[in-house]
Design a protein around this ligand. Structure first.
Ligand code: C2E
Ligand code: CA
Ligand code: CA
Length: 840
C-alpha cells in the first residue's frame, strides 16, 4: 500500500513519517545483520526480482474505497515462509521502496513506505515467532492446519499493522480522524492480505512438493489469473463508475429538486404545478394569498374555475400553443376571481415541464398580482376617455365607438345605426342667470337621465358644454331613432330640483343615420350637429333628421362665415335708414339704422341671413361698431344740413355679443366724441332676451349708458320671456312692439289686446312706444286710437339708402311737411299742430 505525501496539514505528519522511517531503518539494519545469506542463494534473488519487477506492478484496486494492493504481498509472504522473517522484511522494504519510487520522487515518502513495510513485516515475524516458534519450521512441517492458522495470523497481523501505520499517516495528512480514514480506505484490503497469504502458503506447499522452480511455473498462472482479474475489474470498474455516476446524478437531482421545492414554496410570486387537464397539483403560499384559496381548496379545483370567464378562451389558446410546442413559454395578463368574488389581475407565465419521478408532462404557472398596476392603468384610461363632471364617456371615447360601429356596418350593410346630437336649449340662460354650480348640477342630472332611458347597447357621451351624443346601434329604421329622440326629449324636459331651485330645460336633437357614403366618423357627427342646428332654428325642443340639403346649407353658412370676415375690410357693408314717424303729427322723429351687405357675388344680403352667423363667430362686434360710427356720422351730417323742427334721432341695433362686450361704453363715448353727435340723439336697441340673460349686468350697463345721455329701447317687445314682470325695474326709455303683433292687429281681438296692453303699460311706466311693421292704414288708425306714439313700417317708408334719405329730408325741410308717404293717407286735419307734437 502506497502513500504519497503531497500536502501536509497536521504538524505531526512529518515527525510521524520520520519516526516510522527511522524505526524501519533500524529494523532493516538488524534484519540485514541477521539474515542467513548463505541459505538464500539464487532462489531468493529470483523471487526478489519477480517481486520487485513484476508483482509490484500488478495492482488490485478497490473501487469503492479508493485504495489498492499489489500482488507483491503474496511474494513477500512467500519469502517469509520460504526464507524466514528477515528475508521477508528486506524484500518487503525493497519492493515497497521501488514501488513508491514509481509514484513519487519524495525521499521521505519513499522511505516511509519502505519503513512501514519493514515495521509491519517485523511485527508480523515477531508475532509468528511468539505464537508458532520458527516460521520456516511450521511452513515446512506436515501440519497443514497449523500452517493455515499461521498463514491467517500472518495475513491479519501484517494487514493490521501495515494498514494501521499508513492509515495514521493518511489521517495526519488530511487532518481526518484515524478511524474514519482507516474505515474508508483499508477495511476491505484485509481480504487481499488473506488471499495473498493463502496463495503464498499454497505456492510454498507446491514448491515443497515440486521444487523451487515450480514457483516460476506459477508466474503464467498468476498472469492468467491477473489478466482475468483485469478484465473482470475493468467491467466492475465501468459498472461501478456507472453506478457512481447514477448515484451522483440522483443526488444532484435530489438536490436540485430540493432547491426547486424551496424556491417554489418560498417564491414571492405565485407558483403552481398544474396537470394538463387543468387540475392544480401543487400551489405555493404566495398564490394562495393572491386568490384567497387554501392549498387544499386549490387541489379540489382546476384553473378554469378561478379564471375570469372572459379570459378563459384566450388563455386556453395560449396554453395550447405551448402544448403543441409552437411556443416555449407564454405570458399574458388575465383576471382571476378571488374567493371573495372580486377580480384579481395577474401576469401569468406558463411553461411545460416533465416531472422527474412520474415522467409525465405538467404545466408550471408563474403568477404575479398586477391588480394595482391594472387599476392605475384603468384609472388613467378612464380619465382619458371620460368627462370628470358627469362621469360619462367623452368625445374621444365616443369617436372610437363610432369608428367601431362604422367598421362593423361597412362589413354588413344590413346593420343600421344612428347618432343623436343633443344640445340643451336653455342651458346658457340657466348657467348665466342662476350660476355655474346649478348649471353643473343640471348637466349631471341630464347625464343620469340619458343613461337611464337608453336601450341596452346604446352609448351616450358628453362632447363638452351642454352637448351630448348618443350612439344607437342596431336600429331597424330611422323611425326607431326618432322614437328614442322623442323619449329622451320627454325625460329631459321634466323639471329638475337642484337645491333650492326648480328648473327645467328642453333639448334640441339632430339625428344622423349611417349610410355607405360616410367615410369618417367625424362626418356623421358633423351631420348630426347640423341637424341639431336646424332643430334649434326651427324653434328648439325639436328633433330633426339630417338630409343632404342641410349639409349644403351648412356649407353655405361656412362660406358665409369666411366671406363675412373679409367683408369688413372690403367695406362691403352699408347702412339703410328706416324712418320712425310720430303717429300724432305724421312728422319724422328719426331713423333706425339697418345693416346691408353688398356681397361681390351674391348681391345684396339682408341681415336675417348673416347677423346670426356674425353673432356666433363674433364678427358682429366690428360690424356693429362700424354701423354705430357710420350712422352717428350720417345723422350728425343731416342735423347740420337740415333745419327740422324736431331733433332727429338714430336708433342703432346692438347684438347680445356687443352688449356684453366690456368695451361697449368706451366705444360709444369715442363714437360720440369723434362724430360730435349729441348723446341724446342716439338710441340703442336691445332685445328682451339680451336683458334676460343677465338682468343685473344689463341693468348696470343701461344705467351707465343713460348716465352719458344715450337712450335705450327694448326691441321686438312681447316676443321674449316674462316681459312684464321685470319691466318697471329696467331704466329704459322706449318699447318697440314687435312687428308680429302689429301685422296681425286686424286678425283678432287677442292681438289687439296685446298691443293695447303694451301701449298702456308703457304709458303707465312713462316710457315711449314704437309700433314696428306698420303696413296698412287700418293698422295706423288702430295705433292712433290706442294713442301709440310712434310707428315704423312700410306704410311710412321702407328702409332708405343714405342718398334717398337725404333727398327725403331735403324735401321735408323745404316744405316743413309731414313724411311724404303719409300725404294723402292721413287727412290733413288729423295732423296735430306742430307746437303740440311731443318730442321723441
Ligand atoms: P329689427 O331690429 O326688428 O328691424 C326691423 C326690421 O323690420 C328690418 O328688417 C326692416 O326692414 C323690417 N321692416 C320694417 N318695416 C317693416 C314692415 O312694415 N313690414 C315688414 N315686413 N318688415 C318691416 P331688416 O333690415 O331685414 O333687419 C332685420 C333684423 O336684423 C333687424 O330687426 C335687426 O334685428 C337685425 N339688424 C339689422 N341691422 C342690424 C345691425 O346693424 N346690428 C344688429 N345687431 N342687428 C341688425
Ligand atoms: Ca331694431
Ligand atoms: Ca324689431
Amino acid at each position: 500500500m502506497k502513500q504519497d505525501a503531497s500536502a501536509e496539514n497536521n504538524p505531526l505528519f512529518r515527525p510521524y513519517m520520520r519516526a516510522v522511517a527511522a524505526i524501519g531503518a533500524c529494523i532493516l539494519l538488524s534484519s540485514a545483520c541477521q539474515v542467513p545469506l548463505a541459505q538464500l542463494g539464487i532462489p531468493y534473488l529470483l523471487l526478489s526480482l519477480v517481486t520487485i519487477c513484476v508483482a509490484s506492478r500488478i495492482v488490485i484496486r478497490f473501487f469503492r474505497f479508493d485504495s489498492c494492493v499489489s500482488v507483491s504481498d503474496t511474494f513477500i509472504f512467500l519469502s517469509m515462509l520460504q526464507f524466514d522473517g528477515e528475508a521477508a522484511i528486506l524484500l518487503g522494504a525493497a519492493e515497497s521502496l521501488f514501488a513508491s519510487f514509481r509514484v513519487t520522487k519524495k525521499p521521505l515518502t519513499m522511505m516511509f513506505n519502505a519503513a512501514a513495510m519493514a515495521c509491519s513485516t517485523f511485527i508480523t515475524v515477531l508475532a509468528l515467532r511468539l505464537c508458532f516458534g520458527s516460521i520456516t519450521d511450521v511452513a515446512r512441517g506436515s501440519y497443514s492446519s497449523r500452517l493455515i492458522v499461521m498463514t491467517c495470523t500472518m495475513a491479519l497481523v501484517q494487514y493490521f499493522f501495515n494498514s494501521g501505520i499508513i492509515a495514521v499517516a493518511g489521517a495526519l495528512k488530511t487532518n481526518q480522524p484515524i478511524l474514519a480514514t482507516y474505515k474508508k480506505h483499508y477495511v476491505w484490503t484485509s481480504i487481499t492480505y488473506l488471499t495473498g497469504a493463502l496463495a503464498a502458503s499454497l505456492t510454498h506447499k507446491l514448491i515443497g512438493m515440486v521444487g523451487f522452480y515450480a514457483f516460476i511455473a506459477t508466474i503464467p498462472i498468476i498472469a492468467v489469473v491477473y489478466f482475468t482479474y483485469k478484465t473482470y475489474a475493468k467491467n466492475v470498474a465501468s459498472s461501478v463508475l456507472q453506478a457512481e455516476l447514477a448515484e451522483r446524478h440522483l443526488a444532484e437531482m435530489q438536490e436540485s429538486e430540493e432547491r426547486f421545492r424551496s424556491a417554489f414554496d418560498l417564491a414571492p410570486i405565485g407558483m403552481a404545478l398544474v396537470a394538463l387537464d387543468g387540475r392544480w397539483l401543487r400551489v405555493n403560499h404566495s398564490l394562495c394569498q393572491i386568490v384567497g384559496y387554501s392549498e387544499e381548496e386549490f387541489k379540489q379545483m382546476n384553473f378554469q374555475a378561478i379564471t375570469h370567464p372572459e379570459d378563459i378562451g384566450h388563455f386556453l389558446s395560449n396554453i395550447n400553443r405551448v402544448l403543441e410546442g409552437r411556443l416555449l413559454t407564454c405570458q399574458m395578463e388575465k383576471r382571476y376571481i378571488h374567493k371573495d368574488g372580486h377580480e384579481v389581475w395577474v401576469l401569468i407565465g406558463v411553461s411545460l415541464i416533465r416531472d422527474s419521478e412520474s415522467q409525465s408532462l405538467h404545466l408550471i404557472f408563474q403568477i404575479q398580482d398586477i391588480t394595482d398596476r391594472k387599476r392605475a392603468e384603468q384609472q388613467l384610461v378612464h380619465e382619458a376617455f371620460h368627462d370628470s363632471l358627469t362621469g360619462l364617456p367623452n368625445r374621444s371615447w365616443f369617436m372610437e365607438q363610432l369608428k367601431l360601429s362604422m367598421e362593423q356596418a361597412k362589413q354588413d350593410y344590413s346593420r343600421l345605426f344612428a347618432i343623436l346630437f343633443l344640445d340643451l336649449d336653455r342651458f346658457k340662460l340657466i348657467n348665466d342667470s342662476i350660476g355655474h354650480m346649478v348649471g353643473d348640477q343640471l348637466l349631471v342630472g341630464i347625464a343620469q337621465r340619458l343613461q337611464q332611458h337608453l336601450r341596452a347597447g346604446d352609448k351616450v357621451a358628453r362632447l363638452g358644454g351642454d352637448e351630448f351624443t348618443i350612439l344607437l346601434n342596431n336600429i331597424q329604421d330611422a323611425s326607431e331613432a326618432v322614437h328614442v329622440a322623442e323619449r329622451i326629449q320627454r325625460h329631459v324636459a321634466k323639471p329638475f330640483n337642484l337645491g333650492s331651485y326648480e328648473t327645467f330645460t328642453t333639448a334640441s336633437i339632430g339625428i344622423a343615420i349611417f349610410n355607405e357614403e360616410y367615410e369618417k366618423p367625424e362626418d356623421l357627427l358633423r351631420d348630426a350637429d347640423t341637424a341639431m342646428y336646424q332643430a334649434k332654428s326651427l324653434g328648439k325642443a325639436r328633433h330633426v333628421i339630417f338630409d343632404k340639403g342641410m349639409h349644403l346649407h351648412a356649407m353655405n353658412l361656412l362660406t358665409l362665415e369666411t366671406d363675412l370676415r373679409r367683408a369688413i375690410e372690403r367695406r362691403e357693408f352699408f347702412v339703410m335708414y328706416q324712418p320712425i314717424v310720430s303717429l300724432k303729427t305724421g312728422r319724422l322723429a328719426g331713423f333706425e339704422a339697418l345693416v346691408r351687405w353688398q356681397h361681390p357675388e351674391r348681391g345684396l344680403i339682408y341681415p336675417d341671413e348673416f347677423v346670426s352667423v356674425a353673432e356666433e363667430t363674433g364678427c358682429i362686434v366690428p360690424i356693429g361698431q362700424w354701423m354705430l360710427l357710420e350712422s352717428c356720422r350720417q345723422l350728425k351730417r343731416w342735423q347740420e344740413n337740415f333745419a327740422l323742427e324736431m331733433p332727429l334721432s338714430i336708433s342703432v341695433n346692438l347684438s347680445g355679443k356687443q352688449f356684453a362686450h366690456s368695451d361697449l361704453l368706451d366705444q360709444i363715448m369715442k363714437t360720440l366724441d369723434v362724430t360730435g353727435l349729441d348723446p341724446h340723439s342716439l338710441k340703442l336697441e336691445i332685445t328682451e332676451s339680451i336683458v334676460m340673460q343677465n338682468i343685473e349686468g344689463a341693468t348696470k350697463m343701461i344705467e351707465q349708458l343713460r348716465a352719458i345721455g344715450v337712450e335705450l329701447s327694448i326691441d321686438d317687445f312681447g316676443t321674449g320671456y316674462s316681459s312684464l314682470s321685470y319691466l318697471h325695474r329696467l331704466p329704459i326709455d322706449t318699447l318697440k312692439i314687435d312687428r308680429s303683433f302689429v301685422t296681425r292687429i286686424g286678425e283678432n281681438n287677442e292681438n289687439r289686446e296685446i298691443v293695447r296692453t303694451i301701449v298702456m303699460l308703457a304709458q303707465n311706466l312713462g316710457k315711449a312706444v314704437v309700433a314696428e311693421g306698420v303696413e296698412t292704414k287700418e293698422q295706423l288708425e288702430w295705433l292712433r286710437n290706442l294713442k301709440c306714439q310712434y310707428g315704423q313700417g312700410y306704410l311710412f317708408s321702407k328702409p332708405l339708402d343714405a342718398d334717398s334719405a337725404t333727398n327725403m329730408l331735403a324735401k321735408m325741410a323745404e316744405t316743413k311737411s309731414i313724411i311724404p308717404t303719409l300725404e294723402g293717407i292721413l287727412e290733413l286735419d288729423d295732423i296735430e299742430p306742430l307746437a303740440s307734437a311731443y318730442p321723441m
